[in-house]
Ligand binder design. Structure first.
Ligand code: DGL
Length: 274
């Protein structure tokens, strides 16, 4: 029979389209309903309480869309809000942290992993916790890289200034001797080429978007929620405020077809009703 309801994907803004791209590639028969909170982006510099409240509001809006599962594409939201969301939502929910941590544990040879992300993600310690659940003795070097998001949104994906910022943020991690680096932010897969040029071939990059898509596939299979192969997949994008230049940057970089973007008002307080 299959379940033809959409998968709901939530992000703080437009960066989560990296996860949508990975989902579309891996699960072409699935419908995706994407909700980006562009009215309140960025989440990465906000407090855990605020990010949790926003995440509850947004995911409840997705439940109202009759989605069969929810993917928290935003690393900052996954890092601080996932435990609460798992408890309160009536549909299965999956974040990006655990799949990324698991992939990093499989990739590392010297058992020293680097993690980069927003301030909210790094401050939460969520990647450390997830990595240590897989391997309590793993060494971790984590670093917040708050300047990367605005540079990526500006479309400066191949730019000398971006190279300099990457060098400044990543040099200490390279000195620490990491052999695996988790790209713990929706936006960073757009810099994969530049980052791998800087860290070199000996450092494995772990793209949390791709690993999240694999985890979603496993979840749908486990819970018998996959759409059948007769279903044609689609993508609907809704935002809480008009998109800016970054939508074009992301669409072009990811080569993603996005139809007309819908606008949705944030339903405030939805986080309290679960
Ligand atoms: N989506 C956020 C993340 O993955 C990055 C943008 C923001 O700070 O909201 O952490």
């Amino acid at each position: 029979m299959g379940d033809s309801r959409p998968i709901g994907v939530f992000d703080s803004g437009i960066g989560g389209l990296t996860v949508v791209k990975a989902l579309r590639d891996l699960l072409p028969n699935e419908k995706i309903f994407y909700l980006g909170d562009t009215a309140r982006v960025p989440y990465g510099g906000k407090s855990a309480n605020t990010v949790e409240r926003y995440s509850l509001e947004m995911t409840n809006m997705l439940v109202d869309e009759d989605v069969k599962a929810i993917v928290i594409a935003c690393n900052s939201a996954s890092a601080v809000a996932l435990p609460k969301l798992e408890k309160t939502l009536s549909v299965p929910v999956i974040g990006v942290i655990k799949p990324g941590a698991q992939a990093a544990i499989s990739a590392t040879r010297n058992r020293h992993i680097g993690v980069i992300g927003t301030r909210a993600t790094i401050k939460s310690g969520a990647y450390e916790k997830a990595l240590r659940e897989f391997d309590p003795k793993i060494s971790i070097s984590a670093r917040a890289c708050p300047l990367l998001v605005p540079f990526i949104e500006e479309g400066w994906l191949e730019d000398k200034l971006t190279d300099q910022i990457i060098a400044r943020y990543l040099e200490p991690l390279m000195r620490d001797g990491v052999d695996t680096l988790v790209l713990g932010c929706t936006h960073y897969p757009l810099l994969v080429r530049v980052i791998s040029r800087f860290v070199g071939a000996k450092v494995e990059l772990v793209d949390s978007a791709k690993n999240c898509a694999i985890a979603v596939q496993q979840l749908l299979d486990r819970q018998l929620l996959r759409a059948t192969t007769e279903n044609s997949g689609s993508l609907e994008v809704a935002l809480t405020d008009a998109p800016d230049n970054f939508l074009r940057v992301a669409r072009d970089a990811l080569q993603l077809e996005i139809g007309e973007v819908q606008l949705r008002e944030v339903i405030h307080g939805a986080g309290n009703v679960a």
